[in-house]
Design a protein around this ligand. Structure first.
Ligand SMILES: NC(=O)c1ccc(NC2CCCC2)nc1
Length: 244
């Protein structure tokens, strides 16, 4: 079972977010473990200080190395992968989420204020990860986005039949439009094909519309999809001609 430890000054942010919905169910069913730890537990001064002014001046405070070191060393073991949430990291995508879902133990370090002491990054961090090109007030929302995205790849987290492999982005295409009751709403009907019940025709419709939606909204993804599918087709053809 994948174990996730989140190092954060606001443990309730993490605990609250992983106790609802699909994530909450996954934690309850022991498919995933998510625990939060605050460096404040490892301070010794009466103000429980976790930050200090940066050498060289500049705005904002920096998180002290010592409380972070103690927190990391409390949860770390030899198979841990330590990830620091930062705009300087590679940007999260479905492939990275899938990769992370295969880890045994993830430790997410969530910075606050102006960041953390560089010596912690040098000594403990295996990789920095970003959820996009913007600055946030803390790493917690980044950690939660990654935890949500990776959980979908853990067998059993999504209902049977559903799978993250069928998520848009996992097959490289955006999803077709979805409808539920009533059949007519705001003067708009549900596409006939979807109420026809012919699963082969419905599947073909979904594939076609999914490709068209992607072509229209994300032509970059569509080009990549065509490239990947063409490579698959060519390698299949090569195998067929090569095989006796
Ligand atoms: N784009 C991101 O994934 C991201 C991560 C952390 C962050 N802020 C943190 C980093 C150090 C102090 C606050 N901002 C943005």
């Amino acid at each position: 079972m994948l174990k996730v430890d989140v190092i954060t000054l606001f443990p309730e942010m993490i605990e609250g977010a992983v106790s609802h919905g699909v994530l909450g169910q996954a934690v309850k069913s022991d498919l995933l473990s998510v625990k939060a730890h605050t460096p404040r537990e490892f301070t010794e001064d009466k103000h429980r200080t976790v930050d200090d002014r940066p050498f060289g001046g500049g705005d904002g405070m920096i998180m002290l190395a010592e409380p972070l070191k103690k927190t990391i060393e409390k949860v770390q073991h030899n198979t841990s992968k330590v990830v620091y949430l930062s705009p300087q990291g590679r940007t999260l995508n479905a492939a990275i989420a899938k990769e992370f879902s295969k880890e045994e133990h993830l430790i997410f370090i969530c910075g606050r204020y102006g960041g953390i002491d560089q010596r912690i990054i040098n000594e403990y961090v295996d990789e920095e990860l970003s959820i996009g090109d913007y600055v946030l007030s803390g790493g917690e929302l980044g950690a939660l986005v990654i935890i949500d995205a990776l959980a979908r790849f853990i067998p059993g987290v999504l209902g049977h039949g559903e799978s993250a492999e069928k998520d848009s982005f996992s097959d490289g295409l955006l999803e077709q439009p979805n409808f539920t009751r009533p059949r007519e709403f705001l003067g708009q009907d549900v596409p006939e094909v979807l109420v026809g019940g012919n699963h082969k025709v419905i599947g073909e419709w979904k594939d076609k519309v999914s490709a068209l939606v992607t072509l229209k909204k994300r032509p970059d993804l569509f080009r990549e999809y065509i490239k990947v599918e063409t490579e698959k087709y060519n390698s299949l053809k090569k195998k067929k001609t090569a095989a006796p």
